[in-house]
Design a protein around this ligand. Structure first.
Ligand SMILES: *[C@@H]1O[C@H](CO)[C@@H](O)[C@H](O)[C@H]1NC(C)=O
Ligand SMILES: *[C@@H]1O[C@H](CO)[C@@H](O)[C@H](O)[C@H]1NC(C)=O
Ligand SMILES: *[C@@H]1O[C@H](CO)[C@@H](O)[C@H](O)[C@H]1NC(C)=O
Length: 384
């Protein structure tokens, strides 16, 4: 080996390192990217963070064009959202069509969008008009996609809060609140018809916080525990999230549907909270999310649907300091806005123990890569 080619190999090696620095082992799961916060990193830095986490599915609460552009030509698939404030307009077919024309079509050739959630937790509002607008809005958005030949590419659904159930234990006796069934039934019928899925935001944290003396923390956190047996089915549950998912399947069955898949559009655990929010600690958040990611990686199904791997979007990417409500609301993030992890997820290889490079670090990486590239080039000239 000549000195030149030795140097060249060395430099290529350096170049490879500088390039692959951000690629840390991870696994494919979905994450909610909320932006109700000050000082979040730029969308392009977030795209880098997401890539290093190996996350391939992101859920947005809107259709932020800057995010969709930042993920151009990436392998990330998006669930985008139409906020509740737009539902009134979406009941008008031409406005729905217009929304798709402006918020989806321009990005579709570069960015993968495979689902639109129309409205979020609409039944949590006491707004009857909003509730009545939900289904027609979903239908109009779907029909717009049909007209454009996109209905096989992009599905339409809406995300529900878990408290639309009035009974969730045992899971087999899950049922929807009786005052909501009149609205939920036609929505499920529509989802069934268009082969879409039922999305639920499920937080075992709430159940634990409300009743810390009765609810087993280990059961809520996917830690080793005795679990619970559903007396009607004899199915054994070792964690609350699976029981919640199966309770939703049961509630859907009560109103007559068995083919609609239940997906978890949000779940997570806060790393901090108010004094009365028992359990909101970094240790518990790390256990909940770390254990959940392992279940996702194992492609587990729930006891009631063992062949259907759980489909989950973790809440959330960042702590969002502008969210109203109790302190926990602002502390669900895996990352602080500066890009550093809130806690080490604790399981080797699952989430990157990375610090997003600051602008100057990115610069120095790029400068390093440039210098190395130039040296290789110079050596090649010298060599020839
Ligand atoms: C990223 O996830 C994909 C799909 O799960 C997997 O095949 C790949 O090995 C992962 N890459 C890294 C760097 O972890
Ligand atoms: C609803 O549509 C009207 C006119 O088409 C528009 O001015 C208004 O901003 C829209 N509302 C929302 C919340 O986007
Ligand atoms: C809805 O109404 C009920 C009872 O009328 C009330 O307890 C609850 O706080 C209200 N929820 C919202 C979001 O306004």
């Amino acid at each position: 080996m000549t000195t030149f080619s030795f140097f060249k190999s060395l430099l290529f090696f350096l170049l490879t390192i500088s390039d692959s620095f951000m690629q840390i082992n991870g696994l494919s799961f979905g994450i909610n990217y909320g932006q109700i916060a000050r000082n979040l990193p730029s969308h392009s830095r977030v795209a880098m963070l997401i890539r290093s986490m190996n996350v391939t599915r992101i859920k947005l609460y809107d259709a932020d064009p800057n995010v969709l552009l930042a993920f151009s030509k990436s392998n990330v698939e998006f669930v985008i959202g139409i906020g509740n404030e737009h539902l009134q307009n979406m009941t008008n077919p031409s406005k729905a069509q217009n929304w798709i024309q402006h918020h989806v079509l321009p990005y579709l050739s570069q960015t993968k969008i495979n689902c639109i959630t129309v409205g979020n937790e609409v039944f949590n509002s006491n707004d009857t008009q909003l509730i009545l607008n939900l289904l027609p809005s979903m239908q109009n958005v779907h029909n717009s996609l049909v007209k454009l030949g996109l209905d096989q590419v992009i599905t339409v659904t809406t995300a529900h809060s878990f408290n639309i159930l009035d009974n969730s234990y045992p899971p087999s006796s899950g049922s929807f609140r009786s005052d909501l069934i009149q609205y939920i039934q036609p929505i499920v019928e529509f989802l069934d018809e268009i082969k879409s899925s039922f999305h639920i935001n499920a937080y075992p944290f709430f159940a634990y916080k409300d009743n810390p003396n009765e609810v087993s923390l280990n059961y809520a956190l996917f830690q080793p525990n005795e679990g619970l047996v559903d007396p009607n089915t004899n199915l054994h549950y070792d964690n609350m999230l699976y029981a919640q998912i199966d309770a939703v399947y049961a509630a859907i069955k009560v109103i007559g549907y068995t083919n609609v898949e239940v997906k978890v559009s949000e779940t997570g655990w806060p790393s901090n909270g108010d004094a009365d929010e028992i359990g909101a600690t970094p240790q518990n958040a790390k256990l909940y999310n770390g254990n959940l990611l392992r279940r996702i990686e194992e492609k587990q199904g729930t006891p009631g649907k063992p062949l259907v791997p759980i489909d989950v979007y973790v809440f959330a990417l960042f702590n969002e300091d502008l969210k109203p409500g109790p302190a926990s609301e602002r502390n669900y993030g895996l990352y602080y806005p500066d890009g550093s992890p809130v806690y080490n997820i604790g399981l080797q290889g699952y989430l990157p123990q990375m610090v997003v490079p600051s602008k100057s670090n990115i610069l120095s990486f790029n400068v390093l890569a440039c210098i190395v590239t130039c040296l290789i080039f110079a050596l090649e000239i010298l060599e020839s």
